[in-house]
Design a protein around this ligand. Structure first.
Ligand code: FAD
Length: 506
């Protein structure tokens, strides 16, 4: 079923009309298929769009198939709408905190939730222009709307059309996992697929799951005024991240007034008096919370069903997704995969990077490897938590000795001036070298700052050289320079120090 055919409570305003005109125009007629395409791409999220545009730019004949909305999750129900409402929610948090900045909180500070969502829809419509069918057609890509289904090792169907291909790429993405909680489905719940359709702020919200999605949206809704509880089964948020980073986030949530329930499982949901009663269990402790809405963020499952992958000879696993090798090739040598449908790291930038690998490997006889990528990521809470490379525990598991340089943000002038002192920059190097193994940044602008470390890692620039890079003053990125300075100070061995002392005395 097409997303825009679903019953939706989202207002069909000019923004929505613009978005749909870009990403699934009414009355679209699929083109007549060519004899055989150089590349057929299934799924037009980030991975599919990037591959289609790149292949068309090379002069390949390309067909792109989408069953729902061009732009996939990121544009329609993921990164773009979530970051738009996070920004407004941060503004409200700052307005409430105005006195801290020598300003005044407006006396009648009220959240106009419909206006927040309208802004989000406007941003989404604007960004949808880049993903539009019009842009694809202008680039020479044949766009087919409909469900793709393989009929053999080099062919598939979309509705009544049969498409033959030399190479194909599966980029069908992932969808929210539904936790098996009795009563949840009957009571109704929100996921990223419908939360951005809300027109009214739920007064009381339970977020189940403390991963990136749960954390970002819990903070956004809390700051927009919802009483928010997060329940999650692990002892801390963002289980992948370093503990001190996750702890800073826990503290920030407590300051925001989010009720944090760690080590807690939701075990039953029922509806009484138009409210949802959710039983929560922590060890032997059982409690019940009453809320108006439940948002789940408990993981994502790859979309592999309905493609008839057996006919194509493509191996897959319903939990892991399409099985690919390091060149992103599937068990059918003609067929590749990219993005959330096959990758462990489910991010827009990895969808993009993997699609580029596929285009080179499939069309240009490239041998580019997935394992060569250096992949950063960021959870855009406040403070944000960004990471790239190895964690200390991973380095130790591989027997690599690690030395870590940590600069707290409260030692950075710009962070002090901005009142954004929560967090740190932590850079891990291989002991006795300046080779950067990885970094974690907790800071308001961690997502921007991590790119400098990623660049250094990709270009083979060591921490020593980062110390020679002049950072504009005052910027929060100076924390990275300070970490490099701390590294450079360790190069002053006692011998060098004593030589220097003698030289200076002379
Ligand atoms: C709330 C939320 C916030 C996020 N925020 C961020 C963020 O800040 N940064 C970040 O990097 N990542 C973020 N992500 C993750 C990001 O959205 C995904 O990693 C990215 O969209 C993956 O792109 P993709 O092309 O692999 O898949 P998708 O975007 O899921 O696209 C797959 C497309 O394939 C189509 N499709 C599926 N099956 C078929 C079929 N059989 N035939 C035809 N079409 C089919 C689908 O309709 C879909 O349009 C977020 C995700 C969510 C849910």
């Amino acid at each position: 079923m097409r997303q825009h055919d679903r019953p939706t409570s989202a207002p069909q305003d000019t923004h929505e009309r613009e978005r749909l005109d870009n990403v699934h125009p009414a009355g679209w007629r699929n083109p007549q298929p060519r004899d055989r395409y150089s590349l057929v791409v299934v799924g037009a999220g980030t991975a599919g769009l990037v591959a289609a545009h790149a292949a068309a730019a090379l002069g390949a004949s390309v067909a792109l198939i989408e069953r729902d909305l061009l732009g996939g999750d990121c544009l329609n129900v993921g990164c773009v709408p979530s970051k738009a409402i996070l920004r407004t929610s941060r503004l409200y948090a700052e307005m409430r905190n105005a006195e801290h900045y020598g300003a005044q909180t407006p006396a009648d500070l009220r959240v106009e939730f419909p206006a927040v969502m309208e802004r989000m829809r406007g941003i989404r419509a604007r960004i949808s222009r880049a993903d539009s069918v019009h842009r694809l057609s202008a680039a020479g890509v044949d766009v087919f709307f409909g469900q793709a289904r393989f009929t053999g090792t080099d062919a598939l169907t979309v509705d009544d059309s049969k498409l033959r291909f030399k190479k194909a790429m599966i980029a069908t993405g992932a969808r929210p996992d539904t936790p098996p909680i009795p009563g949840l489905v009957e009571a109704g719940y929100l996921t990223n697929e419908n939360v951005f359709d809300l027109t009214e702020l739920p007064r009381r919200l339970l977020v189940i799951g403390g991963g990136p999605l749960g954390c970002e949206l819990a903070q956004a809704f809390r700051r927009l005024g919802a009483q928010t509880i997060i329940a999650q089964s692990w002892p801390l948020f963002l289980p992948r991240e370093e503990r001190d980073a996750a702890q800073l986030l826990s503290d920030a949530f407590a300051r925001d007034g989010i009720e944090v329930r760690l080590n807690t499982n939701a075990v039953n949901v029922r509806v009484e008096d138009e409210q949802k009663l959710v039983d929560l269990v922590r060890d032997d402790d059982k409690s019940t919370v009453a809320v108006d809405a439940i948002l789940t963020g408990t993981g994502r499952v790859p979309n592999v069903e309905g493609l008839n992958l057996e006919a194509a000879g493509v191996d897959y696993d319903t939990a892991v997704g399409i099985r690919v090798d390091d060149f992103l090739q599937t068990s059918n040598r003609r067929i590749y995969a990219a993005g959330d449908a096959c990758l462990e790291h489910k991010f827009t930038h990895t969808a993009d990077a993997s699609a580029r690998i596929v285009v080179q490997n499939a069309l240009l006889l490239g041998r580019r490897r997935l394992s060569d990528l250096t992949i950063p990521w960021c959870t855009y809470t406040d403070p944000a938590i960004a990471h790239v490379g190895l964690y200390v525990r991973e380095a130790r598991e591989r027997g690599i000795p690690v030395k870590t340089f940590t600069i707290p943000m409260h030692d950075v002038d710009r962070a002090i001036a901005d009142d954004e002192e929560t967090g740190f920059v932590k850079i891990h190097v291989k002991e006795r070298t300046d080779r950067i193994l990885g970094a974690t940044i907790v800071a308001r602008h961690a997502g921007e700052m991590i790119n400098e470390i990623t660049l250094a890692m990709v270009a083979g620039i060591g921490l020593r050289t980062l110390g020679r890079v002049i950072h504009a003053y005052p910027t929060q990125s100076e924390a990275i320079k300070k970490a490099a300075d701390a590294y450079n100070r360790t190069r002053l061995t006692p011998t060098i120090r004593s030589l220097l002392r003698r030289w200076l005395a002379w």
